[in-house]
Design a protein around this ligand. Structure first.
Ligand code: ZN
Length: 506
């Protein structure tokens, strides 16, 4: 009867909704920890001091939770927890890298988003990584093959946290470049949806039942900006993947974007006030985790965990293999001392005409001082098999043309080379190759050359070698890039070989 009266317009009018009260919330966030459980060098600070690590991170989180009131805080990680130190070579709690999740559990994170490097030890390993730990994995676009179900156990596309008197929807999204970033055979085992429509669908679903929408994104800061423009209704994007140290939030329309660098060295701290479905006050700070700025004592349990893993790693990786008289740095867009050194090492070991190594595979600089197996592991943590294959001179010319373009486009990585050199110039802003030499002789377009590279280059050959340079007669040589690095370092001190390969003409 009441329903009928309502339909007829006879029911008493519902009172207008009471005005919402302001709700304060603090979001603490990290991203791209990459297995860095101990302090790591902060290259943006004078003298590159080692900062951060889980002990120091936990101190900062504990102090902030106490200051804000624990129920008022949400602690999130933006993914790429794995690969970067040998801690992911240890099987802990049923998976390689399980130790990393152990730390996140101990710090009581609320949720994290699955990054591309979580797949480095394969999908089966990631499944065990996720199922043995309580912190909630999110991703709205990673699905089981040919299904609409989440890929991983316990994974949710999004989760609504009832916290600080409001409903906070947190949506996870994983980079749609995943296919180009992981092993092809493993990528064939899942379904990946495009980022923007997948997030839009979750926002549409959550908007009516939440007061605040946060996207926990592993897509990189440029794609975060595109996402904020394309999808209305996102209040905050907590970012990752591009390793961007944002010391101030970016604003796109009504959406804030934050990101906390990489390697467990900084904590992002967002303090916001929500009222009537909108952020009415927003404050963001990036806290660099300097050793001497902690305001609470270290947690003995975490100190013990770090010491245990450190001892296990030192036992295997502590061996002193060489010395570096000076820093060997790396670069993503340009030729670098470390890129020259590893490609010279690969050519020395294999005897090929040309050795190659991709920029994204160079993960740490070699500092001046003693060089241990651990030092080299941190440079080449993926332990890719070294592959031998063939390319024609014409294909190599195309590859060099791609490589000079990389020097003027910060998104494309530079392919380090040994045995191959070239001159180039910027004619009217356009990078142009002038001459190409192999072992000092002009490149012969008709000849077939012997090449060696880490397997990432051959697996992702379209990206690194160019669309016309499919490697021929690919064969694994039975050892990894890390094996090459260790053996080459044993032979002689680790120094920049010089002998510049990419010469920019005036
Ligand atoms: Zn990533």
């Amino acid at each position: 009867m009441i329903a009928l009266l309502w339909l007829l317009g006879c029911a008493p009018k519902a009172p207008p909704p009471a005005p919402d009260v302001p709700h304060a919330l603090t979001i603490l966030h990290t991203n791209d920890i990459h297995a860095h459980f101990e302090p790591a060098p902060a290259e943006w600070l004078d003298g590159h001091p080692a900062i951060g690590g889980f002990v120091r991170l936990e101190q900062e989180v504990r102090a902030l939770r106490a200051a804000r009131g624990a129920p008022q805080t949400l602690t999130l990680d933006g993914g790429d927890q794995l690969t970067g130190t040998p801690i992911t070579e240890i099987n802990a709690d049923g998976s390689f890298g399980g130790a990393m999740h152990g730390f996140l559990d101990a710090i009581h994170y609320d949720a994290w988003v699955v990054g591309n490097h979580e797949f480095d030890k394969g999908l089966d390993n990631l499944t065990h990584y996720v199922e043995n730990h309580p912190v909630l994995p999110l991703s709205c676009n990673l699905l089981r093959l040919g299904s609409t179900l989440p890929l991983l156990p316990r994974q949710e596309p999004s989760h609504v946290f009832a916290i600080a008197g409001m409903r906070v929807g947190v949506i996870g999204v994983t980079t749609q470049e995943l296919g180009g970033l992981m092993k092809g055979s493993e990528f064939g085992r899942l379904t990946l949806l495009p980022e923007i429509p997948a997030v839009q669908a979750e926002v549409d679903r959550l908007d009516p039942v939440t007061d605040l929408i946060v996207v926990l994104s592993h897509i990189g800061v440029d794609n975060d900006k595109a996402l904020a423009s394309a999808v209305k209704g996102i209040d905050l994007i907590v970012g990752a993947h591009s390793h961007t140290r944002l010391t101030a939030a970016i604003q796109v329309g009504d959406t804030y974007i934050v990101q906390a660098g990489s390697y467990n060295r900084s904590l992002g701290v967002v303090d916001l006030v929500e009222q009537d479905d909108h952020i009415t006050s927003f404050h963001y700070e990036l806290h660099d985790l300097l050793p001497d700025t902690a305001t609470v004592p270290p947690d003995p349990k975490l100190e013990g965990m770090v010491a245990t893993y450190k001892a296990e790693i030192d036992h295997v990786y502590g061996e002193h293999v060489s010395d570096a008289p000076a820093l060997l740095g790396r670069s993503y867009n340009h030729e670098s001392p470390l890129g020259r050194w590893i490609t010279d090492g690969i050519r020395d070991r294999t005897g090929v005409d040309i050795a190659l190594y991709n920029a994204g595979g160079l993960r740490a600089d070699i500092d001046a001082g003693p060089v241990s197996r651990l030092t080299l592991f941190q440079c080449f943590p993926f332990q890719n098999p070294v592959m031998r294959f063939q390319l024609t001179g014409a294909q190599i010319a195309g590859m060099v043309a791609l490589n000079v373009t990389a020097e003027t486009d910060e998104k494309s990585g530079f392919l380090s080379t040994s045995g191959l050199s070239w001159t180039w110039r910027k004619s009217g802003g356009v990078p142009t190759v002038v001459s190409v030499l192999v072992d000092g002789q002009p490149l012969d377009p008709a000849r077939t050359y012997a090449i060696a590279a880490n397997s990432y280059v051959t697996e992702q050959w379209q990206k690194h070698l160019g669309p016309d340079a499919k490697p021929q007669n690919v064969e694994p040589l039975g050892y990894t890039d890390l094996d090459v690095a260790v053996d080459y370092a044993r032979k002689k001190p680790v120094v920049d070989p010089g002998n510049v390969r990419a010469v920019l003409l005036p």
